[in-house]
Design a protein around this ligand. Structure first.
Ligand code: URP
Ligand code: ZN
Ligand code: ZN
Length: 467
């Protein structure tokens, strides 16, 4: 099958130009003007932007968390309708199981045959007593060169000590693995949480007050120092605030290979949302928490200037009814995490590009290209590259609408971005050459997503420590 995408404005992380794209089978075969071809199908993209399919390096599908489970990979329909063609999903190590076994199980039982987008998997340490250090090379063999540790949640199996993280970092650099950290100071949070509950402060807003920016900034700093000591790269997920971003930026200025991600909810939503009446604040409970609004402009600046390199969704498909509600009398029982896999591109375009905060190229970079490079799947994913997968988004810049759960496809009963204006929308998406979204509706096949084996030594290894 030969498909041509004709007449669009191609936007990559580095260039913007008018050209046609020729697709043969699953791959991009040629990009250029006045290409001569005989195509089986021609897609007219005149007046539209043509972006690479998005890479969302931070999702939680079918993830057990706080006594409940997020929605499954069937709901990746939301991802593809939002222009994301690849997700990298975090796989929590199952209790008593190894990292590799947990990965294989998640892949076979949760993702394969269900996901409509291609997917990679990150390992997540949930039991550092197990043989995680010996397992790391086998993760690489499985195509999983990334592994997350939690500096928060002391007293639970999820918590990793500094010793564990330092040892992992040293192991990681020998094999090209990237250690990702959830950076929050466990002890500060535990003391504040207990104090709030003792004082009868049980509402959602106290979730944020028990996890102050200083707790995140300290842990971010410590993570970068551990990386420096190990001479290994480090990646800080979901940077929520100015203080934390400053530590990350400071580390890079010092020559440490420190990279980081923020999320649309930290760029756009403020902590005041946790005070919404009728327990609606629970919809906005995530960790790290939403911050005072002034942080948002600082985070946009960081994305614009490359101090934060990736915008991932940290998508957690919890419903309000029956899930977020679990913490009605106790904020510590509200499942942490917000949905957003569908809205990443629309929000970056509206509140980034159209608001003059990001260039189109930078938007593509943080949405698709740099995540693919950092996580070890470029140029197969994340770019418009001859020989790469034909994952292509055709975007209508003239559309204007309002985000609403009523028109969302994430399989949930709320959308945290409800009521926000969106400018531009995804009109068509091709996944490996197959038209999967047309007129903003899903037209692909259930379970069409494929597991993507990723390579070690991603972009974070391009910053080397001076000897
Ligand atoms: O609140 C969040 N972010 N939930 C998902 C788990 C994590 O820490 O990323
Ligand atoms: Zn986290
Ligand atoms: Zn997460």
């Amino acid at each position: 099958m030969v498909t041509a995408v004709r007449g669009g404005i191609i936007v990559t992380s580095t260039d913007q130009y008018n050209a046609d794209i020729l697709i043969e089978g699953e791959k991009i075969a040629a990009i250029g003007k006045n290409l001569s071809y005989r195509a089986d199908a021609v897609i007219d993209a005149t007046g539209k932007y043509v972006f690479p399919g998005g890479v969302d390096g931070h999702t939680h599908f079918k993830a057990p968390f706080m006594g409940t489970v997020t929605t499954g990979f069937e709901t990746t329909v939301g991802a593809i309708i939002g222009g994301t063609t690849t997700v990298i999903d975090f796989v929590p190590q199952s209790e008593g199981a190894g990292l590799v076994d947990s990965i294989i199980r998640h892949r076979e039982e949760s993702a394969e045959g269900k996901s409509v987008v291609d997917f990679g998997l990150h390992a997540t340490v949930m039991d550092s007593r197990n043989s995680i250090f010996e397992e790391a090379p086998n993760l690489i063999k499985e195509g999983v060169p990334t592994l997350k540790v939690f500096m928060a949640y002391k007293g639970t199996p999820a918590y990793s000590s500094d010793e564990t993280i330092f040892r992992l970092l040293r192991k990681a650099k020998d094999i090209g693995m990237l250690v990702m950290v959830h950076a929050e100071h466990a002890d500060i949070i535990e003391v504040l949480r207990k104090q709030m509950m003792t004082e009868g402060k049980t509402e959602p807003k106290y979730h944020a007050m028990s996890r102050p920016p200083v707790a995140e900034a300290e842990a971010t700093f410590r993570a970068t120092m551990l990386a420096k000591a190990a001479e290994a790269p480090i990646f800080v997920v979901h940077v929520s605030c100015y203080d934390s971003m400053l530590r990350l930026r400071g580390a890079r200025m010092e020559g440490i290979s420190a990279f980081g991600e923020t999320c649309p909810h930290y760029l756009i939503l403020g902590v005041e949302n946790l005070s919404r009446p009728d327990f609606e604040g629970a919809k906005y409970v995530c960790s790290p928490p939403l911050r005072e609004a002034w942080n948002q402009e600082k985070l946009w600046e960081a994305v614009r200037n490359g101090w934060i390199q990736v915008v991932g969704s940290d998508h957690c498909g919890f419903n309000f009814k029956g899930q977020k509600e679990l913490g009605r009398d106790d904020f510590t029982k509200i499942p942490n995490g917000c949905p957003g896999v569908e809205n990443r591109l629309g929000l970056l375009y509206t509140y980034g590009v159209m608001a003059g905060r990001l260039s189109l190229g930078k938007m593509v970079d943080v949405f698709a290209t740099t995540p693919a490079k950092i996580y070890g799947m470029y140029p197969q994913k994340g770019g418009l590259v001859v020989g790469g997968d034909a994952d292509i988004v055709i975007f209508d810049p003239d559309w204007t609408g309002v985000i609403s759960v009523k028109t969302s496809h994430q399989g949930l009963d709320f959308n945290p971005f409800e009521g926000l204006t969106q400018k531009g929308r995804v009109e068509k998406v091709l996944l490996r050459g197959t038209l999967s979204v047309d007129a903003a509706s899903f037209v692909g096949n259930p379970g069409q997503g494929r597991f993507i084996k990723r390579e070690p030594y991603g972009l974070a290894y391009a910053v080397s420590y001076a000897k």
